[in-house]
Design a protein around this ligand. Structure first.
Ligand SMILES: Nc1ncnc2c1ncn2[C@@H]1O[C@H](COP(=O)(O)OP(=O)(O)O)[C@@H](O)[C@H]1O
Ligand SMILES: Nc1ccn([C@@H]2O[C@H](COP(=O)(O)O)[C@@H](O)[C@H]2O)c(=O)n1
Length: 247
């Protein structure tokens, strides 16, 4: 039995969207936490344990979407500031809240949606790198501020907060931003002190109180991930029998 068939068995339960019973309403999980706390890695572990990580994306029943795909388009003046490391990408106003809300509402209505990959080197979404998100059973939406906007926060069926200490996060962010996001050491440290750390304290950290489950130490916390997995599997298939390989 596929994860999809398992899901359809509970499609008229608490997640029903009130439409024809063939319409899939996914179980929507928000995954928040500071920069480099391990949000993407936790989502990857959940996908791996549900046997989805190596699957072609058109076949996936569990998908992860990053909030970074919803950074708003910058004005020319903002672009110039961003290139000099003077734009605050950790402030809620850096995101396109309307597009984020509309996309998640469409997903909850079982619609196929298109999102764009984000290009950190150009500080912009890449319109040419569109990803189609097909209707799925479980959708993970991860990002620093996914619990910040009340209308978006209210859409989640489960809210996870990845809680990794700030020294560890900075130690992980520095090499990642240098190796993967085209920054140099001075840029990373300046941005961290000027924008990232203050915005974490003002906007991200206070949203921890909205979480159903706080995951200390991120992906290292295999016990927490196992418990969350069992809960997801129980929701997908209340009577048990899911073998975690999607069958
Ligand atoms: N438990 C861990 N141990 C070691 N490195 C980790 C761990 N979790 C994440 N990382 C690394 O830290 C960086 C940030 O992790 P990531 O999952 O991308 O964080 P986030 O999505 O919260 O920004 C990545 O380079 C990732 O490989
Ligand atoms: N052009 C950009 C856009 C965002 N950032 C930083 O990304 C961080 C969020 O992504 P995580 O994977 O770390 O959660 C955020 O803290 C922004 O500072 C960037 O550097 N450049």
């Amino acid at each position: 039995m596929s994860a999809s068939e398992l899901y359809n068995g509970v499609a008229n339960g608490s997640r029903s969207n009130g439409c024809a019973d063939s319409v899939k309403t996914p179980f929507l999980i928000g995954v928040a936490g500071g920069t480099a706390s391990g949000k993407s890695t936790v989502c990857k572990r959940i996908m791996e344990q549900l046997g989805q990580a190596d699957m072609d994306h058109t076949q996936r029943q569990v998908v992860t979407i990053s909030q970074d795909s919803f950074y708003r388009e910058l004005t020319d003046a903002e672009k110039a500031r961003a290139e000099r490391g003077l734009f605050n990408f950790d402030h809620p106003s850096a995101f396109n809240e309307d597009l984020m809300l509309q996309t998640l509402q469409d997903i909850l209505q079982g619609k196929k949606v298109e999102i764009s990959e984000y290009d950190y080197r150009n500080n912009a979404v890449c319109p040419e790198k569109r990803i189609t998100i097909y209707p799925a059973d479980v959708v993970l939406f991860e990002g620093i501020l996914v619990f910040y906007f009340p209308a978006i926060r209210d859409l989640f069926h489960m809210k996870l907060f990845v809680d990794t200490d700030s020294d560890t996060r900075l130690a992980r962010r520095v090499p990642r931003d240098i190796n993967e996001r085209g920054r140099d050491l001075e840029q990373v440290l300046n941005a961290y002190m000027t924008f990232v750390k203050p915005a974490f304290e003002e906007f991200c950290s206070p949203t921890k109180k909205f979480a159903d489950v706080v995951i200390p130490r991120g992906a290292d916390n295999t016990v927490a991930i196992d418990l969350i997995m069992h809960h997801i599997i129980e929701i997908l298939h209340p009577s048990g029998g899911y073998n975690q390989n999607g069958h």
